[in-house]
Design a protein around this ligand. Sequence first.
Ligand code: PNS
Length: 171
Amino acid sequence: MRNGARVPQSHAVYPGSFDPPTKGHLDVIARAAAIFPVVTVAVVVNPQKRSPFFPLDEREEMLRRCTSAYANVRVDHFRGLLADFIKRISADVIVKGLRVVSDFENEMAFAHMNRSLSDVDTMFLMSDSSYSFVSSSLIKEVFLQGGDIAKYVPDIVLACMHQKRLAHGRK
Ligand code: PNS
């Protein structure tokens, strides 16, 4: 938050790759939606990840469908720096999810850099401990090796993952 801002007046941004969105992400979104009047879930357009499992528009669509129950949650995307996106949409606070202590080491550097670039603070929300080992990359690995990921992703995402696999001619 900017100095002097209060949580009830804040517009929070929850950034990420969301490739794919997991139940851990949805847990953080639900917690953020209960605290902040407006939450923008911001999907990064990341040129470093040249072949994402889901293209940007599908990640946004899945997130919109998964968050349709929350009137104060919107879904958007950004290229380049998060700090620039925050300024563009006049957001006040960045929300990040923490699963385990090791997440904090990288996140602390990101938080300092983002505050230095945009004067916006980062607030960390602990996802439910049942999702402490759930990450998008692990979900993809397990799924592509034929493992059951139904417990870890929303039903909407699971259906999209099966469709994607069928589209690639695999069972
Ligand atoms: O879901 P992810 O891949 O862990 O999300 C990482 C994300 C998107 C939050 C981070 O890579 C990011 O903010 N990227 C935008 C570029 C940027 O601002 N980099 C400097 C971060 S201090």
